[in-house]
Ligand binder design. Structure first.
Ligand code: GCU
Length: 638
């Protein structure tokens, strides 16, 4: 089958003729947005003739990416502040028409001007933490792509407001380091594909490029030759790609070289690259995933979640104005449940971006269903102070929302068809963090599968419940990590327990968890007093994250009256039952969807059930053997 005809290829831009729509004509500003509008209308009306006019224009009163849509089937106007705004307006209208809207009085503008996807693609074509095939950009050491597919990809991304993408892995190995010296014409051609869609490229660069590519003896950021190397190399890059958004750098992180290994600060490291980018308007996106990955597990003083704040907060104000710190949303690493990073919103004089992960590294690897939107809603809802929440991006000086991409060469882009909902949700929530998971999930189901209530309601409920279900059979109450090492799928309770990565649950026969309060490692002190106090006290610490901050005995009583151990048993039995429920739901809506949507998802649900059963058995047996406490309900635990 032609992959473009397989259900899922068109994702939320699914061709579906909507009989109730009138025929349309177009007028106004011709150009890319106009052409996109024409194609989109044809997709929804089948080219039906008619005279409902859609007028496209640019309005000086709007900001560049903002748009308005006004009118009804008597006539519709789309105005954008600039070309990007107009294009977003077109996609905004098409999405609303697909969902049956007939009257328009819409004004939209993004909450942040940087909505970014990071691809972790390697030049050999593999994708780090990729669960949907191979790279969309690289193959066998070369830049290699299907231009038509990349064009369609750019449209999908633009239609949800994404405006920057990094094409290569933050872990930069030699060949991909060479992107900025050897492969610029090819990178420029990729930029050409994305440009009309308002999407700019970012390139991940190697911190030691001056030595590695330039043959210098050092990459010390304070060395003049090093600074000059960055300037010249960057100038060359901008000759080929004048609108490059910038460079992304992972330094002093998980065996990647960085300024600290040369006795310099993170700011000194970032600034030398930023200065080279500055004349071209480029940004140095500097990741804050810096921690000691060689910890002795017997060391109970060092606490990995404290690391980013400890390294970066004292440098507030030292970074150049075109450095943007890219901070993972939680202090650990994309776990199912974490508090927000205390660094987010904590720096008044440093530009910040928040990094999410759409690819489901710890969240089911696109085999298990997992609605990230639900988690992101909580992340945005997380308090920064007593009066502000993370979703107030501007107030917290968060200028970018970034996510690690979940897309690849699979025909449906994301491996699990329903994982498309995560990509969709990312774009929409980065544009407007006040949107709820329910809103974006409903939109996605409507656009992809239609609004037949027999399918719509059960599918929306199933997706929205999926994060809670996964969490039930995973590690309990925010403790995280109980995964198989390296690949991070499936249970291994002690997998990371005696390793160097700083990821410990410290379960013994009496208790589990790490005390991160003032009586323990003191992570709580990194938060604003309001948030600190909330986490510090077991009475106010949200229960679902209790084991992140508190060490609890197994007979600790939760608010429900259940003991902790009984909670662990119950949730793990329930999680499996819930996945069985997903399978029943999927069967019950089978007749309302194409078979090539039904079958692959059914297969993944079967795999998910096996995974959930394995988690249940491994986790319950682990704690039963550790504690000797039987299940109150008498279920068999081995
Ligand atoms: C995680 C992930 C790595 C990745 C790293 C990062 O540790 O497992 O694959 O390189 O995060 O964000 O840099």
């Amino acid at each position: 089958m032609d992959k473009n005809n397989q259900f899922g290829y068109h994702a939320w831009l699914q061709p579906r003729v909507i009989e109730s729509l009138p025929g349309f004509t177009l007028s106004g500003l011709e150009g890319f947005a106009y052409d996109e509008c024409k194609k989109g209308i044809a997709r929804l009306t089948g080219g039906k003739p008619g005279n409902t006019n859609i007028e496209l224009s640019i309005s000086d009163t709007l900001t560049h990416e903002a748009y308005t849509i006004t009118g009804s089937f008597d006539g519709i106007s789309i105005a954008g502040g600039g070309e990007s705004g107009l294009l977003y307006g077109v996609y905004g209208l098409l999405a609303r028409l697909s969902q049956g809207q007939t009257q328009f009085d819409v004004t939209e503008k993004p909450a942040t001007s940087r909505r970014i996807l990071n691809h972790w693609d390697n030049i050999d074509g593999s994708v780090e933490r990729g669960y949907s095939g191979k790279s969309l950009f690289f193959k066998d050491g070369q830049i290699a792509y299907d231009p038509e597919r990349l064009h369609d990809y750019a449209r999908l991304l633009a239609s949800i407001g994404i405006n920057q993408i990094c094409i290569n892995n933050v872990n930069v190995y030699f060949q991909s380091a060479q992107l900025i010296t050897q492969k610029l014409p090819d990178v420029a051609r990729i930029a050409d594909i994305f440009r009309p869609f308002g999407i700019k490229l970012i390139i991940s660069v190697h911190f030691e490029s001056p030595a590695l590519l330039g043959g210098l003896e050092t990459s010390d950021p304070l060395d003049e030759d090093v600074a000059n190397w960055w300037k010249q190399a960057t100038a060359e890059v901008y000759k080929h790609i004048p609108d490059l958004a910038g460079f992304l750098i992972k330094a002093d992180s998980e065996f990647r070289a960085g300024p600290m290994s040369l006795g310099r600060t993170q700011a000194e490291g970032a600034n030398v690259i930023a200065k080279a980018l500055k004349p071209f308007g480029g940004m140095a996106y500097w990741r804050c995933f810096v921690y000691n990955c060689m910890q002795d597990w017997r060391d109970t003083v060092t606490d990995r979640p404290k690391a980013a704040y400890n390294y970066f907060k004292p440098l507030d104000g030292d970074f150049d104005d075109n450095v943007m710190l890219q901070i993972k949303h939680g202090p650990s690493d994309f776990q199912v449940r974490e508090p927000n990073s205390p660094l987010l919103g904590a720096m008044d004089n440093t530009r910040q971006g928040m990094e999410l992960q759409v690819t489901q590294e710890y969240t089911g690897q696109q085999k298990d269903l997992y609605a990230l939107a639900v988690q992101w809603e909580e992340i945005f809802e997380h308090p920064v102070t007593s009066t502000s929440k993370t979703r107030d991006l501007v107030g917290n000086k968060i200028e970018a929302v970034v996510a690690v991409a979940n897309t690849g060469s699979d025909a449906n882009w994301t491996g699990h068809l329903l994982a498309q909902a995560n990509l969709y949700a990312f774009g929409k929530m980065a544009w407007d963090p006040t949107l709820t998971a329910a809103q974006v999930t409903k939109e996605w189901v409507a656009l992809t599968f239609g609004t037949n209530p027999q399918l719509f309601d059960p599918m929306v409920d199933m997706i929205l419940s999926s994060r809670a279900v996964y969490e039930k059979y995973n590690a309990p109450l925010g403790i995280g990590w109980m995964v198989n090492i390296n690949h991070h799928y499936g249970p291994s309770v002690d997998g990371y327990e005696y390793m160097k990565w700083g990821t410990y649950h410290r379960a013994d026969t009496k208790a589990i968890g790490v005390d991160r309060t003032s009586a323990g490692t003191g992570l709580t002190a990194q938060y604003h007093p309001y948030v600190r106090d909330m986490y510090e006290d077991k009475k106010t610490c949200p229960e679902e994250i209790m084991l992140y901050f508190h060490r609890l005995p197994y007979n600790y009583r939760l608010k429900s009256g259940q003991t902790l151990i009984q909670y662990i048993y119950d949730t793990h039995f329930e999680g499996v039952d819930d996945v069985k429920g997903f399978i029943q739901t999927w069967e019950s809506i089978k007749e309302h969807m194409p078979i090539d949507a039904y079958t692959p998802v059914r297969q993944r649900l079967d795999a998910q059930l096996k995974n959930a059963e394995e988690w249940r058995d491994v986790v319950n047996s682990y704690f039963y053997r550790k504690t000797g406490i039987a299940d109150e309900k008498g279920r068999k635990i081995y």
